[in-house]
Design a protein around this ligand. Sequence first.
Ligand code: PXP
Length: 242
Amino acid sequence: MSIKIKPLLLGVNIDHVATLRQVRRSVYPSVSQAAMEVLKGGADYITIHLREDRRHIQDFDLVDLLKKGFDVNLEICPSEEMVDIAVNNKPKFCCLVPEKREELTTEGGLDLINNYNQVESAVASLSNAGISVSLFIEPRKEFINAAKSLKATYVELHTGNYANATNDSQSIELLKIKEAADYGRRNQLIVNAGHGLDYANVLSIARLISLSELNIGHAIVSRAVTVGLQTAVAEMKTLVER
Ligand code: PXP
């Protein structure tokens, strides 16, 4: 008897296409053209993070991508301003992430225990608007339990600690992700993962059968500088196909 394993989906985060545009306040490169290239390379979704400081993606990028018919996974922090923007624009998916102005990139998962009420209200508003909600969390059982009681459809496990770890500690971080992913699946959540994944460290994560989708940005956009966006995505897609 053969066992059918679902293909692992790839969401590509194109924030850093906008970063390149914003450092010069130019009109290029085009985020929507990049989205097109990314899909041609085999990506399943486009992910963008609308940060409160608007350092890369701008509100008009979200409007433009949706107008052009892209299935967008919008990452936002659970503030009133951001939730209102999502509710008014209705992307297909929203992933709630923590946000600090001073950070270079998202540094960890949402603390669902200490921010329970704020996240609960954000999930309710987004779900009522017909948006599927994902919660970006550390790979820990208590956060999976909280995500479940918050009625999220998806969780995205933070892989940053795994990505930054070396040698023995990397296998410990990998095991935490595996156990959290298995636990999430057993609890009927759809479990995604992302952050800090690159062409070398993605393989061990892609082998975890409880995962449904990986979200990868910086490594792919960086690789695109030498091989082009379509090829960079296609190379990653080959690695995540198990
Ligand atoms: N997933 C989430 C929730 C993120 O916030 C980010 C970065 O915006 C990513 C995935 C992609 O991370 P990276 O750019 O390190 O691949």
